[in-house]
Design a protein around this ligand. Structure first.
Ligand SMILES: NC(=O)C1=CN([C@@H]2O[C@H](COP(=O)(O)OP(=O)(O)OC[C@H]3O[C@@H](n4cnc5c(N)ncnc54)[C@H](O)[C@@H]3O)[C@@H](O)[C@H]2O)C=CC1
Ligand SMILES: O=C(O)[C@H]1O[C@H](OP(=O)(O)OP(=O)(O)OC[C@H]2O[C@@H](n3ccc(=O)[nH]c3=O)[C@H](O)[C@@H]2O)[C@H](O)[C@@H](O)[C@@H]1O
Length: 449
């Protein structure tokens, strides 16, 4: 099939690459000329396991192309996937300006039937807005052309995006249009061995399912984070509680890890957007407000533990920081808890030696923006180093923020020697407390007293 993907970010690029892998001819469009330049030069603008190879292979076969040429992109695809960003507006609602711009471009330039597919995460009712924007552009041109609009929310996780796209738990298609259903069923057939996994429903339910899924996952995390504070106060161990409840199939084992708070480009924005939708519907969501409030608190949990140990004034203290990305296997720093932790520790006078296996460049860029108003003296107390070991040099204590695999089994003897205070603050519960303490290290983790 001929496919156009509008927006070549995490979702658009993965969608384009995976669809081309199945033999489709895909053109990926972006307004960001720098991204398209990198891709056309054989590079890749993001870190995502397996993606580079997939992009190279399919680009070399001529099935995957990258362009900034809007007329060419609109002319190409029978299916036009919209995968642009939907960042939060000032009031928390999803900003639909990029979705609308993409829809208008299609309406302005199309000359044959198009199936327009919303892959971006968009509030209920957006398909109607897309339909109206396309119809408006066609009317301006005085052209009468039929088109279909469908919702096809994406459920991939960063760091496992290719794997998730290739072997999805389910694919949701929201449409009441026969042509769209037929084409999308055929397109996704190779990805769903079990055809029960392809769910066709009405458009609004499809749009709503995406928010419901992310909100449920974020709720589980905030719930566990809240319980972790209580577990600490009561002398229980949240890791044992996690295993204890997860063995009940009605609860399940996934997404029950207490930690330093959830981040990323989606949970924070989608929880806000759902809260906004609920408020606009006159049904304010107490749940979403609580999920967000607990998460904001949780991002400070490591800072609180450090302050409880050393006091508010951290000048003269040096901390090694392991992990900056919002989760492992990505260089994405959007809403990463590390950003809050870095700012709070620097503000209290600490010196930081930060290491992340892949997110260091992106971290340098976004943290520089975060600290834009701070004095150079404050900013200079943050140094980025090139290895986990280098971060430990002359450090008093270690702070673990992201659970990269390479942090999982460190040389505890070397850690005990390197850290002046022999102390670890672990925001991801990576180690067995008894084992670490056996090396003479003072070990503080989440929800384990
Ligand atoms: N990042 C993720 O893991 C997931 C994201 N989503 C949703 O998918 C959507 C996209 O997210 P990301 O890929 O993370 O965003 P992103 O910010 O990485 O990429 C969006 C791209 O769209 C481009 N763009 C903006 N306006 C355009 C236009 N009019 N024409 C062509 N290109 C345009 C931007 O330049 C950018 O490269 C969002 O709604 C997000 O909530 C859904 C599932 C997973
Ligand atoms: O809509 C989206 O964009 C995507 O959002 C999430 O994916 P993602 O944000 O890439 O990453 P997750 O693995 O969900 O992690 C999100 C955050 O939750 C945290 N988390 C996750 C799981 C857990 O048990 N505890 C926990 O604190 C992670 O550290 C991370 O900061 C969802 O998992 C995807 O299904 C969805 O498609």
């Amino acid at each position: 099939m001929k496919i156009t993907v509008i927006g070549t970010g995490y979702v658009g690029l993965v969608t384009g690459a995976c669809l081309s892998e199945m033999g489709n001819h895909v053109v990926c469009l972006d307004v960001d000329a720098r991204k398209i330049e990198i891709l056309n030069a054989g590079g890749i603008p993001i870190h995502e396991p397996g993606l580079q190879e997939l992009v190279r292979r399919n680009a070399a076969a001529g099935r995957l192309e990258f362009t900034t040429d809007i007329p060419r992109a609109v002319a190409h695809g029978t299916l036009q996937f919209i995968a642009v960003g939907t960042p939060p507006d000032e009031d928390g609602s999803a900003d639909l300006q990029y979705v609308t711009a993409a829809a208008r471009n299609i309406g302005r330039l199309m000359t044959d039937h198009k199936v327009i597919v919303d892959k971006s995460t968009v509030p209920v009712g957006t398909a109607d807005k897309v339909r109206a924007a396309v119809a408006d552009e066609l009317a301006r041109r005085g052209v009468d052309l039929a088109f279909s609009v469908a919702s096809n929310p994406e459920f991939l996780k960063e760091g496992a995006a290719v794997e998730d796209f290739m072997r999805p738990d389910r694919i949701i298609i929201g449409t009441d249009d026969e042509r769209a259903t037929l084409l999308l069923r055929a397109l996704y057939a190779p990805f769903v061995r079990n055809h029960d996994r392809l769910l066709v429903m009405d458009v609004k339910s499809a749009e709503f399912s995406k928010y419901a899924a992310n909100a449920m996952l974020a709720t589980r995390i905030s719930f566990m984070n809240e319980l972790s504070r209580l577990a600490e106060a009561l002398g229980a161990d949240i890791e044992q509680v996690r295993v204890g409840i997860g063995s009940d199939p009605r609860i399940g084992t996934h997404f029950l890890y207490a930690g330093a708070g959830y981040g990323g480009s989606c949970f924070p924005k989608d929880v806000k957007a759902l809260a906004r939708t609920a408020a606009e519907a006159g049904l304010p969501s107490k749940m979403m407000a609580a999920v967000e409030a607990v998460n904001e608190e949780q991002k400070l949990v490591l800072v609180r533990k450090i302050v409880a140990q050393y006091g508010e004034d951290l000048s003269g203290k040096t901390f090694a920081l392991w992990g900056l990305a919002f989760k492992p296997n990505t260089d994405d720093m959007r809403e990463a808890p590390s950003r809050v932790i870095v700012a709070e520790l620097l503000r209290r006078g600490a010196t930081l030696q930060a290491y992340d296996p892949v997110a260091a460049d992106e971290a340098r860029r976004v943290i520089a923006l975060d600290l834009g108003d701070e004095k150079p003296e404050t900013r200079d107390r943050l140094r980025f180093v090139s290895s986990a070991t280098a971060a430990l040099a002359q450090a008093d204590a270690l702070v673990i923020v992201t659970e990269w695999k390479e942090f999982r089994t460190p040389d505890f003897e070397a850690l005990a020697q390197a850290l002046a205070d022999r102390r670890i603050f672990d925001g991801r519960n990576l180690y067995n407390p008894a084992l670490v303490r056996g090396f003479g290290l003072d070990y503080r983790s989440i929800g384990r007293s």
